[in-house]
Design a protein around this ligand. Structure first.
Ligand code: GLU
Ligand code: ZN
Length: 313
């Protein structure tokens, strides 16, 4: 018997959701529902500078308001699907990778990082040179005594990672050339997104990941980490990223398009219709319930839409 599909919402409660978050959430939900799978909700609140507990409740409420439900994962009063409560699990995962001899401290300051990395021609992403990989114990001690606190990186091999994205098609990356040694733990002790997301997707049995294409370039290193950790690698589907009516990519700063304002202006069905039409799932922006879209959904309709479709509000 094949395993049931398990997808997930993995929002970061660093503010209220905006239209772009809702767009990606709707597509993730439609994908899983159209496959007859189950949906999990996990709160990715690892960054203590940005995330606040009150946003967590609001997030769940906003998803429900739009008609997006989930079968397992986060619920009020249950901490095990909230990343800030899972640090012991990340620490254990980190120790296992450390035991393989792959993790090393990086003492580079912001300025040194600029000097020790080369920007990628295509997207400006900087590949770290591995400058701190070969520091001697004496050099490390001297840096620590000078007050430097290291971040922790994992050394990646020159391995080619290939996968077929369910929406963007075949992808490939050579880890050391295109990604470089990446951070597992920040210098303030916070475990990095790449570590937490892969450990959690693995441990929570997620086998289907749908999210915005801004994370497409993180996928090869996540696949590699999941294989390292011994987890089954999910299939991935990346969505276009919604742009505001004036053509800008949406961000948390776009207060005008945050869901608090949208909830006053639209019914859930109206907003769902607008999002679904922009996604290419229906032809006209007519009010519709999320569940009534399940039979209409296909990735062929969504496509990549030049990556950045514009919503007309
Ligand atoms: N928590 C991440 C975000 O809100 C998404 C993580 C993921 O989908 O892999 O941007
Ligand atoms: Zn370094």
């Amino acid at each position: 018997m094949t395993k049931p599909i398990r997808g997930r919402f993995a929002p970061s409660p660093s503010g209220r959701m905006h239209l772009g978050n809702l767009f990606a959430a709707l597509l993730a939900w439609l994908d899983v529902r159209s496959l007859g799978g189950e949906m999990l909700l996990r709160m990715e609140d690892l960054d203590p500078d940005r995330c606040k507990p009150e946003y967590t409740l609001q997030l769940a409420d906003d998803l429900r308001w739009l008609g997006l439900d989930w079968d397992l994962g986060w619920q009020e009063g249950l901490d095990q699907y909230t990343q800030s409560h899972r640090t012991e699990f990340y620490a254990e995962t980190f120790r296992k990778l450390e035991a393989e001899g792959l993790v090393y401290p990086c003492y580079c300051s912001r300025k040194e990082l600029l000097a020790a990395s080369a920007p990628h021609a295509s997207d400006g992403f900087r590949v770290y040179s591995g400058r701190c990989r070969t520091l001697t114990t004496a050099e490390k001690n001297a840096l620590e005594q000078g007050g430097r606190r290291p971040a922790w990186r994992i050394a990646v091999p020159g391995e080619k990672i290939e996968f077929v994205d369910g929406n963007f098609g075949p992808q490939s990356e050579i880890l050391d050339r295109d990604c470089g040694d990446f951070i597992l733990r920040r210098s303030d002790g916070v475990y990095a997104y790449q570590l937490a997301v892969t450990a959690d997707d693995g441990a929570m049995g997620v086998n289907r990941v749908v999210r915005g294409w801004d994370l497409l370039s993180s996928t090869p290193r996540q696949i590699w980490l999941m294989e390292k950790m011994g987890y089954e690698v999910p299939t991935y589907c990346h969505t276009p990223l919604l742009c505001s009516p004036d053509g800008r990519r949406l961000s948390k700063r776009d207060r005008d398009l945050d869901i608090g304002v949208l909830r006053q202006r639209y019914t859930p069905e109206e907003l769902t219709g607008l999002l679904a039409c922009t996604a290419g799932i229906i032809d006209r922006p007519e009010p519709v319930k999320a569940y009534d879209l399940v039979k209409e959904f296909s990735w062929a309709k969504v496509g990549t839409q030049d990556r950045e479709p514009i919503i007309q509000l």
